[in-house]
Design a protein around this ligand. Structure first.
Ligand SMILES: Cc1cc2nc3c(=O)[nH]c(=O)nc-3n(C[C@H](O)[C@H](O)[C@H](O)COP(=O)(O)OP(=O)(O)OC[C@H]3O[C@@H](n4cnc5c(N)ncnc54)[C@H](O)[C@@H]3O)c2cc1C
Length: 481
């Protein structure tokens, strides 16, 4: 009946899967990782790889609880913070050099970059860290440490092996999985437990429309297609945080399967909607919540007039540096944006015109509206006061010298947060709140984070909850064959 067996099966070889596998193996379990792609790393490898430290556990729990709007239980948050406190030590033990990104905390909290600083408990948040390395993005360096340690352990990794089904037993819980290995469906037995660490649904448009209410483009690993939601859903798992995302703005060109993160080199730019009007504080919105203002629907026409929207900038901004970040994210496998944006102008990805009216014609918005928007914005720059959206005075840089430029701009996903609900032990729960026996999860699949995501939290969670899941899965009694 079984073609293969092991103690613990880990489904998905990204950061959470690696942390879970290493911990389960350390606890003495035989571990098999099944990864859908021909290589590991998932979203983790393409990320900035920043982790968050917490300097006061109670205040940090208040902060996360407030950001989650009551949608995450307090004990789940507290257990996560307690485990996350060991992240630095754990990663150092694996041979990684953990460095602090933020200014050393001479005077808390002003020297720490904390999103939503007005939130209750924000002064309990510590610095951000990453693994020191040669890469310009921390994800690749973090992944290097994890992958090296898995390689020198006794953990088996099977690539190109998507898990297609969980195999539940009425009395024992999840006792194995079906995986497509080399085109053949194998039934693989898990003597102790199965851990789902197969990421989110960044590349499933139907799930975007159903759970998130609008379309996004993924910036990350195209293997993240919501498989864990279907696998766990099929055997009765409850779901949570399904409308939670870390989403920013970016570009999508048919040449690539993924989006490209926008990154403006100066404040001399605005966003306008399809009618040519500004609609947000472009420079003061947290990077992970940039998607939010785009979700507007014109209730008279039912048009989503901000998807896509347009970023408009001038020659000075164009000359200051690339308007895209291609150093990390999936795009880094395919393309490096030019330093002065000239290549992308030639490709036609960036529209250019000598007048604002001509630029409007190129992107099909009303010239009179776009001209009025830019003139009004420039006037506010002179006055140093953005009466419309409260952009900080220091960020009020007018659009001056032509040519003027425009790029179609879309909501793009760092990652989704939804998935099977889990408890503080990382056990997946059913709709009655009971653990589904021998089924665990970790990482962004059913993350504890919800809609108000503050950054650096998903990798922190992947490491910490990955270890919780690995430890508890390894501690499950062996199920009888
Ligand atoms: C550009 C970018 C920057 C980011 N920067 C940060 C940051 O600095 N800090 C931070 O905290 N977060 C950041 N994030 C988010 C963060 O990277 C992820 O949330 C986190 O790495 C998720 O880890 P994971 O292990 O849960 O999932 P992943 O690392 O995505 O791993 C999931 C794995 O499961 C595999 N899989 C999927 N389905 C199956 C299946 N059926 N069978 C087998 N395998 C399967 C996938 O192929 C993948 O390899 C960033 C994301 C992006 C895109």
């Amino acid at each position: 009946m079984w073609q293969r067996e092991t103690d613990v099966i880990v489904v998905g070889y990204g950061g959470a899967g690696a942390a879970a596998a290493l911990t389960a193996a350390q606890a003495g379990a035989q571990v098999l990782i099944l990864e859908k792609n021909p290589e590991g790393g998932g979203n983790t490898k393409y990320s900035g790889g920043t982790l968050r430290t917490y300097r006061d556990a109670t205040k940090a729990a208040d902060y996360i609880e407030a950001l989650c709007d009551g949608a995450t239980e307090r004990d789940v948050i507290e257990t996560f913070i307690r485990e996350a406190e060991h992240n630095t030590q754990w990663l150092t033990g694996l041979g990684g050099e953990v460095i602090h990104i933020d200014t050393p905390p001479a005077s808390f909290p002003s020297s720490i970059v904390v999103a939503f600083p007005g939130t209750r408990g924000a002064d309990g948040i510590g610095t951000r860290t990453r693994i020191k390395g040669t890469g310009h993005a921390g994800g690749i360096d973090l992944w290097g440490v994890l992958e090296r340690n898995v390689a020198k352990s006794r953990i088996d990794v099977q690539y190109s092996a998507p898990v297609t089904e969980l195999l539940p037993d009425k009395s024992d819980g999840v006792v194995g999985v079906v995986a497509a290995v080399d085109g053949e469906e194998l039934r693989i037995r898990a003597r102790r437990a199965v851990i789902l660490t197969c990421g989110g649904f960044e590349y499933d448009t139907a799930m975007h429309l159903n759970f998130l209410g609008q379309r996004y483009f993924g910036l990350c690993n195209p293997g993240n297609t919501g498989d864990g939601i279907r696998l766990a859903g099929e055997i009765g798992a409850d779901l949570w945080h399904m409308n939670g995302v870390a989403g920013t703005l970016g570009y999508k060109f048919p040449e690539f399967p993924c989006g490209i993160r926008q990154s403006m080199p100066s404040a001399g730019y605005v966003y306008v909607d399809q009618t040519g009007r500004r609609f947000m504080d472009e420079t003061g919105t947290d990077a992970h919540l940039m998607w939010s203002p785009t979700s507007y629907i014109d209730t008279r026409t039912l048009r989503r007039t901000r998807i896509p929207c347009y970023v408009i900038f001038d020659e000075d901004t164009r000359m200051r540096g690339p308007v895209a970040a291609t150093g990390h994210g999936k795009i880094s496998d395919f393309y490096q944006w030019s330093a002065d944006n000239s290549v992308e102008i030639k490709k036609g990805w960036i529209q250019a015109a000598q007048t604002v009216a001509d630029l409007a014609a190129r992107i099909d918005v009303r010239p009179d509206y776009l001209q009025a928007s830019i003139a009004h914005y420039n006037l506010q720059c002179v006055g140093g006061y953005d009466a419309d959206f409260g952009r900080a005075p220091g960020m009020l840089v007018p659009l001056g010298r032509p040519p003027y430029y425009a790029i179609e701009t879309w909501p793009c996903l760092f990652n989704t947060q939804g998935g099977p609900k889990r408890n503080a032990r990382a056990q997946v729960l059913d709709y009655r709140g009971s653990p589904i026996k021998r089924l665990y999860s970790a990482g962004e699949l059913g993350s504890l984070w919800h809609r108000n995501y503050p950054g650096a939290g998903n990798v922190t969670e992947a490491m910490a909850v990955g270890r919780i899941a690995g430890r508890n899965a390894a501690g499950e009694p062996v199920v009888r064959a």
